[in-house]
Structures are given as C-alpha cells and as structure tokens.
Ligand binder design. Sequence first.
Ligand code: SF4
Length: 328
Amino acid sequence: MSDELSLLREEIGALKKKRNAIILAHNYQRDEVQAIADYTGDSLELSRTAATVDCDIIVFCGVHFMAESAAILSPDKIVLLPEAGATCPMAEMIEVDADRRVWRTFPGYAIQPSFVFPHDFTLKDIKKQYPGTPVVAYVNTTAEVKAESDICCTSANVVKVIESLPDEKVICIPDRNLSMWAQKSTKKQIIAWDGFCHVHDRVTRQDVLDARNKYPAAALMAHPECRLEVLELADYVTSTSGMLRFAKASPAKEFIVGTELGLMYRLKEDNPCKTFHPLRADMICPNMKKTTLKSIMNALSNMEKIIKVPAEIRIPAKMALDRMLDLK
Ligand code: SF4
C-alpha cells in the first residue's frame, strides 16, 4: 500500500473515532473503500445494520438513494454521502411530479404486451391511469418515490412482495428487467415502468454465450437487473448478497459474475481458492466509483454532505419500507 493510502486510512480512522462514526460501503464501491468499511453489503442490508449500531454519524459510501434509506431508518443519526454527485441513473428515471420529470427514451427494447411503457409519464400519472393498483417500489428509488408507493421490494424479495398483496394487478417501478423477471414467477399482472440500470442492461445474450465459451466450467450468476435474455441463460439469478452466499456454498471452483465488478472484491476475499470472471469487463458503475478515500476523509472532516429526508417524506417512505420488512 502506498504511503498516501496508508496516511489517508490513518486519518479516516482518527476522524471516525473523534466523530463516533461508522463507514458503510456498498458492494459496488472501490476495493480500497470496501477495505476500510465497518460494514459492506447491499443497500438495504447496510441501512438496516446502521440503524442498530450505536454511533452518531453514518458515512454511506454508495449513491444518493442509499444514503436516503439510511436517513429514513436512522432519523436520529447524521448520514453523510461523501460524493454529492454520486446518484443512481435508474432511480432518477422515475419522478413523482411532472415538474421534476426526467425521462429518457429506450429504443430497440422488446416490449411485452401487458406492460406499460410510459415514456412521458410520472408516477402520479400512472397511478391515475390505474386507480387503486398498488405500487411496488424497488429500493433503488428516491425517498420521494418510496413515499408515494405502497410497499418496497429488493431484487431478492420482489416476487414475495408481489404475492403478499391481495390485488391481481400491481405497478412495479422503476426497473423493467426486474419486473420482467418477477413476471415469470407470478400469475399477477405486472405493470412495469420502463427504467433500467445501464450497467446491467448492457449485457446481452451474446455476452453470455461468449463467456460460457471462454469459461466452460464456470457457474454463471446474474443479477435480476440484467435483461431477461441473460437471466434465462444464467445458472443462478440473485442479488449481490445472494451471489456472495451462492459462491461460498457452491462446490463450483469457477464463476462468471453478472453484476457490477465491485462485487469481485468480496467474492475474492471470501473465496481465496475460487476464481471469478466478469460477465462483461465494462460492468462498472461510474457513480459507485466516485467515492474515494479522500472523499471519505473530507466528508468526515467537513461534515459534508449531510443527507436529510424531511418528515413528510420520511414517514410515508418508512411505511413502504416497513411493510416490506414486516413480511415474514
Ligand atoms: S449499478 Fe445501476 S442500479 Fe446501481 S447505482 Fe449504478 S446505475 Fe444505479
């Protein structure tokens, strides 16, 4: 480790003590950030852990909606997002109101007939079009969108959440790929939003065939944010936490990893005798890589950027999260 890195680590350690802070790092963060974190994991896992830890400050190394979730679940703690510009393009694909609408078009994507593709819609528009239909919000949404939703879901529990609802029709936001994956396992009608994660959505069927060809003995794990054509060819479709568990428990010695490459750090740390290959070498989320040791040090030293969720959003957003967390 370079002198500069070890100096930064020391300074962060001292600031953490002084401020009674903990550092959370999402599984997609840079290796050196994951290495100094008190906890690593997926966004909800981290926020839930932070709520139970005795500390005054949570430094959330991830993207904006994740820090918001931590602030929702830990209203008495100060949540810092080291890089103010670290946002999630997928979370930004859905807005509650028209005046804040940010919408993009997605040409060339296979449309399934029962799906709605609201290229010029907001969440309120679609709720008006389907009155009384519950909204299931993936945790990768802003606090404001969660507050306008009935229940949250993760990539691991989306089907369970949908099945828990009494309605035969549900609106799923914002990831079309997660919705299509869930639609395979439920008879209920899913009305899907046309959002996507650009990191996972770029993977194609051909990438899977090429990777299989190159590593014929490897087990292929894919995240449900990948396209259906990819998921249908995977050996195991699961969340990042699911991949960590699967890689550890599997007798396979070699794996193809269909998610953001930051997960490789934990996979390799946890399984030093196993080999991991990326499904595509460019599965890198630039927003997740914005946070560096320097930005963590600055955040702790200057107490920036504090993420606050006002009570009128926090309370209904927490209700949507709690409904999911209460599912047995
Ligand atoms: S990896 Fe995808 S879902 Fe995660 S923050 Fe980046 S763009 Fe958003």
